[in-house]
Structure formats: structure tokens, C-alpha cells
Design a protein around this ligand. Structure first.
Ligand code: MN
Ligand code: MN
Length: 395
């Protein structure tokens, strides 16, 4: 439950933001007001968004791996933000590769939390939380990390093989190129101030980097992490979980599903992850998410993604390996493997809980008579419809 002052401040913000919207009419206004009183701000999504409220649906595909990105030595990052991918207002993503010995330096994100899926290689991370608790973790393919907004962290590649991971940020305006890096901060701060702060002579900083390093490069880190200067307390909630382990969480004719949300990964309050392995020709059926936008990254294969946006608006995109898609909250969609071998697609949803409504179970929750009237068709047709959730339909 939210405390009263929170609700009052939400009401005030709401009143302020509603000042220009009297044209909505009194009933709509009252409706929104009642929702606001309940503390639910998700109604804000109902205000017309110029990107998704036009006559046609905009493209919802972005070729992430075809971007040039930022390359330093053998490490690189490619980002998809709302600047290049206008529909993706609430989720930004990035594909990062670290060379052996490569490090994404100590940094934090002022405006986004970071959820990451490891595609290949091994990575060690350090993270600090408010209160000074800290954690060191190691990740390999299939693992995920979550760093809440503002928590300081570092990523380093372990071993002789390069690493590749997909980052998902809970803010589409966030850019991985706009992070707060430690070397940048040091470079901007007078040496005397750093000296006073860190209790060492100012000359100590004479040869420090003159600007942001972003990716640094060193020796391959020791297999066993060297001890920190101070061994802090361990956080109550770990920043590490596994999405894709050897056992799928659900198996269907035609495909498998792995999921991780805050029920298994309590710290991940703003991003839930899903991975589908779909056999050639298999279809993740028509569905929508009541509580989340969906960001997709194709790990392997070729998929046709369909999107229904109300008002006669429908669009399809073909996604190849390395392509990204974004499906707004509540918009109907489907995912079909149109390649000739098994494919894999990673999904990030900006919600605490993974919630889905599938078309087959929605139809099945109504009687054939209701469906017959709805479609103006004989009811016998609907008696043949599935009587359980299809979820994944095989070829
Ligand atoms: Mn980061
Ligand atoms: Mn979906």
C-alpha cells in the first residue's frame, strides 16, 4: 500500500498534468480522476501518444546489430533508443561485446535500471547499493543481472573468450552512451578536491585519464576475484538470476518457454524476462500484456511478428537474427518462426510480474452462443475451437 503523502503528491502531479486536458470531457476526466485516486498512474498511457495514435502503425522493428555503435579496441556497444527507434518510448536496449580482458568501467545510470541477458562468454560484475552494501557476481550464458536505477556497477569479461550480452533499460530515452562513468567524473574534478576526498597527494592523479574511458582493457582477470579494499555487507536481494537454464519452465508442442520476473528475482522490480525457443513453423499465439510494453531481440532464426493497434490498424515485421522489436502495452501481437530451423527470441517486459492474455483462452472463456453472436456465424464453428490455452501452436 502506498502512504497517504505519496498519494496526495500523485494527485497534485495529476492535477497539474491534467490542466491542459479539459477538452477530454467531464466523464473521461472523472474516470481518470477516480483511477488517480486509486493510485494507479498507468492510465497515463491512455493519453494519445503521437507515435502510436496515427492512422497507420509505425514500424516496430529496429536492426540493432546492423548499427555501427561505439567500438573501442575489441569491445563494442550498439544501442536502440527512442531517438532512432521512435516507438520504443519506455524501453531502450543495447548489445554489448567485451574482448578478453575488457571491462565496462565503473558507472551508473541516472535515469534507468539495467536488466541484462548473457548470450555468450563469462562476466564478473561488482555493484554497490545505497547503504554501502555490495555484491560481486559471475555470469555465463543464460544468466541475467538487474541493477536498479543509480546503483554503481562494473562489468569485466572473464577467461579467454569474448562476451556478448543484451542490455534492457526501463526507459526508452535512456542511452548507454549517456551513463555516468567514473573516469569522466575524475577527469572533470580538480585534483586537489580528489586528493582531499581520497586522502592521498594531488600528484597521485597526474597521469589519470583526461576523459571518459568507457571500455578499459587489462589482463585477463584472476579466476577467483581478488578481495575488495573493504569487504562490505552482502545485499538482501541478489542482483543475479538465471533465465535460461537446462530445463525449460514450460514445454509445448512446437516450443519451450523460460521466464524470470520478480517472483523468482525479487530485485528486478521493473523488468521481467522471457525466452522462447520456437521450432520451425511454430507460432506464439495472438496475445497481449495488460501491464507491460515488450522489447524483443532475435537470438537465432527468422520470425514474423504481427501487431494489432485497434481502429483497423495492423502491421507485420520480419525479424532476423540481431533485430529488435517493440510492442506497446496492451497491443495485440504474435510471434511466428518462419525459418526452417529452431529459433530463439528474448523478450523484456517493463513490469514486475509477467502477465499475459492469450486469444485462445479468452475465446474459450465464452460460450459458443456468445461467439456466434459476436461474429454472426453458426455456433458449431466455435464448438471446434480449443478448450484450453494454446500458447504455442506447432507447425
Ligand atoms: Mn550499466
Ligand atoms: Mn508478448
Amino acid at each position: 500500500m502506498e502512504s497517504k503523502p505519496d498519494l496526495i503528491s500523485k494527485r497534485r502531479t495529476f492535477l497539474g498534468s491534467m490542466a491542459g486536458f479539459f477538452s477530454l470531457g467531464f466523464l473521461t476526466w472523472l474516470d481518470l480522476w477516480n483511477k488517480a485516486k486509486a493510485g494507479d498512474v498507468s492510465f497515463m498511457n491512455n493519453l494519445p501518444d503521437p507515435v502510436t495514435s496515427g492512422k497507420e502503425l509505425p514500424t516496430f522493428k529496429f536492426q540493432l546489430e546492423k548499427q555501427k555503435g561505439k567500438v573501442i579496441g575489441g569491445s563494442s556497444v550498439k544501442a536502440a533508443t527512442v531517438r532512432d527507434f521512435p516507438i520504443s518510448k519506455s524501453i531502450a536496449g543495447a548489445s554489448m561485446r567485451l574482448e578478453p580482458g575488457g571491462m565496462r568501467e565503473l558507472h551508473w545510470h541516472a535515469t534507468a535500471a539495467e536488466w541484462t541477458y548473457v548470450v555468450e562468454g563469462r562476466i564478473r560484475t561488482t555493484v554497490i547499493e545505497p547503504g554501502g552494501t555490495s555484491e560481486v557476481n559471475e555470469f555465463s550464458a543464460g544468466d541475467v543481472w538487474f541493477f536498479p536505477r543509480g546503483h554503481g556497477h562494473m562489468l569485466e569479461c572473464l577467461g579467454e573468450q569474448p562476451c556478448h550480452f543484451i542490455l534492457i533499460f526501463d526507459n526508452g530515452y535512456f542511452s548507454e552512451f549517456g551513463t555516468f562513468s567514473l573516469t569522466d567524473w575524475f577527469a572533470q574534478t580538480p585534483k586537489e578536491l580528489l586528493a582531499k576526498n581520497l586522502r592521498v597527494p594531488a600528484e597521485t592523479f597526474a597521469s589519470f585519464p583526461k576523459g571518459e574511458v568507457y571500455f578499459s582493457k587489462g589482463k585477463i582477470p584472476p579466476e577467483k576475484a581478488s578481495p575488495a579494499l573493504l569487504k562490505g555487507k552482502t545485499p538482501l536481494m541478489s542482483h543475479k538470476a538465471t533465465l535460461k537454464g537446462p530445463q525449460p519452465h514450460r514445454v509445448f508442442p512446437g516450443g519451450k518457454e523460460w521466464t524470470v520476473d520478480s517472483s523468482k528475482f525479487p530485485i528486478a522490480k521493473t523488468v521481467a524476462g522471457v525466452l522462447f525457443e520456437l521450432e520451425a513453423g511454430a507460432l506464439r499465439e495472438l496475445h497481449w500484456h495488460p501491464n507491460a510494453d515488450e522489447w524483443q531481440y532475435v537470438l537465432e532464426g527468422t520470425f514474423r511478428v504481427t501487431l494489432f493497434g485497434s481502429g483497423g490498424r495492423y502491421r507485420e515485421e520480419i525479424l532476423e537474427k540481431g533485430d529488435v522489436a517493440y510492442l506497446p502495452q496492451g497491443f495485440g501481437h504474435s510471434i511466428e518462426n518462419i525459418g526452417d530451423k529452431t529459433g530463439q527470441i528474448l523478450l523484456g517486459l517493463n513490469a514486475e510480474e509477467y502477465q499475459v492474455i492469450d486469444i485462445s483462452s479468452w475465446l474459450a472463456s465464452n460460450s459458443p452462443e456468445v461467439l456466434a453472436t459476436n461474429f454472426n456465424q453458426p455456433k458449431e464453428i466455435f464448438e471446434k475451437f480449443p478448450r484450453k490455452d494454446v500458447f504455442i501452436a506447432p507447425l
